[in-house]
Ligand binder design. Structure first.
Ligand SMILES: NC(=O)c1ccc[n+]([C@@H]2O[C@H](COP(=O)([O-])OP(=O)(O)OC[C@H]3O[C@@H](n4cnc5c(N)ncnc54)[C@H](OP(=O)(O)O)[C@@H]3O)[C@@H](O)[C@H]2O)c1
Length: 339
């Protein structure tokens, strides 16, 4: 596809921690693709646009406004919301224009509005729910391991981030809101959906360096994606922090995915991916957003995705996602043991 003739991909929140990294990764993968960086502060958006280079523009936008605060008549090839779509204005705009939409900020208890918008106008636009850990990278990597098994029993996703890596103000606000709302994280336990309370919300797991971490469960949609895509009876996502505050560009983010079950020959197995990126959690998350966006637009991995409501695993191929993460610079190590 001739990307240079497309309307720009609108990155709402494109000047944020995730957004700027997503724009840069998208530019690396698609040098001619027009990108529009949008945020309330137009000057900051312009600075990021200049860093991204190529056919990148900047525009003022506000997801709190019905018209997103965009210029009348502006046309976009996709509406990627890398900020919370608090009033559903971004999804409505994508449906009005009939272009793909990525919803990147909804925890598992918050997907109601976007689901209802997609179901109310099912033929208008492809809507992708992508509030998953690292923009779906964790779920797709888990499904890549699951392909080696005839039966999946358990899936555990562990994220390790530096203690001083809290993402941008928008992510911090999301964490605070989550804490205040008392929203318990959802997990599948013994085949039953369970809101984890107290000690049940903590899990110990071993990181890539062999250090035991104490993780806390997260209310992310990975659990429902993986619950629908596999027969696993145990599924959860936890996040742990690493005390060594490396700061700035010295951040390291780890994603540890463990999938256990039975191989086709009947042998028990525990398979594991360690995915490591030498940046804060925003960059690996941006990679997930970019891999999904290029797929929706038909720029990689198949034709453009038609109207409908999607989870990342319904449009992305697990092997391609893992390969794309490596291509973008993440370190991927796969190990396994017999049980
Ligand atoms: N699914 C995942 O893997 C994942 C991972 C990390 C974060 N997230 C989500 O991604 C979002 C961004 O996180 P972040 O760490 O990048 O935060 P951030 O650095 O604060 O970035 C927020 C961006 O959104 C813009 N923004 C804020 N309010 C806006 C509004 N009302 N209208 C338009 N733009 C607005 C900001 O620019 P201005 O201030 O100039 O408006 C900035 O560009 C959060 O919602 C977070 O929950 C998802």
């Amino acid at each position: 596809m001739a990307t240079r003739t497309m309307s720009p991909v609108l990155l709402l929140g494109g000047s944020g921690q995730v957004g700027a990294r997503a724009a840069k990764a998208l530019r690396r993968l698609h040098p001619d693709l027009p990108i529009a960086i949008a945020g309330r502060d137009a000057r900051r958006a312009s600075e990021v646009a200049a860093e991204v280079g190529g056919p990148t523009t900047a525009t003022a936008a506000d997801v709190g406004r019905d018209d997103l605060g965009l210029e009348r008549g502006a046309s976009f090839s996709a509406v990627v919301a890398l900020v919370k779509d608090e009033a559903s204005n971004a999804v409505k705009r994508a449906q009005a224009d009939g272009v793909p939409h990525v919803a990147f900020s909804d925890a598992v208890g918050e997907i109601g509005p976007v689901v209802a918008h997609a179901l109310a106008r099912p033929t208008r636009a492809p809507i992708l729910m992508l509030g998953h850990a690292f923009g779906g990278a964790a779920t797709l990597a888990a499904l890549h391991l699951a392909q080696e098994l005839q039966r999946v029993d358990a899936i555990a996703i562990g994220c390790v981030v530096d203690a001083d890596d809290r993402g941008g103000p928008a992510l911090q606000a999301a964490f605070e809101q989550e804490a205040q709302s008392g929203q318990a994280p959802l997990a599948l336990q013994g085949g039953k959906w369970t809101w984890l309370l107290g000690d049940a919300a903590t899990r110990r797991f071993v990181d890539g360096e062999g250090v035991e971490r104490v993780g806390r469960a997260m209310p992310l949609p990975d659990v429902v994606s993986l619950g629908a895509a596999t027969d696993a009876r145990e599924i959860r996502v936890d996040i742990a922090t690493r005390d060594a505050a490396t700061g700035g560009a010295g951040h390291v983010t780890e994603l540890i995915i463990e999938v256990s079950g039975r191989r086709h020959d009947g042998a028990g197995a525990r398979l594991r991916y360690d995915i490591v990126d030498t940046d804060g959690l925003a960059r690996l998350s941006a990679y997930g957003a970019v891999i999904a966006t290029e797929r929706l637009l038909g720029l990689a991995g198949g034709p453009p995705v038609g109207p409908g409501l999607y989870l990342p695993e319904s449009v992305l191929d697990p092997a391609r996602v893992v390969a794309r993460l490596e291509e973008l610079g993440a370190r991927v190590r796969r190990t396994g043991q017999r049980l």
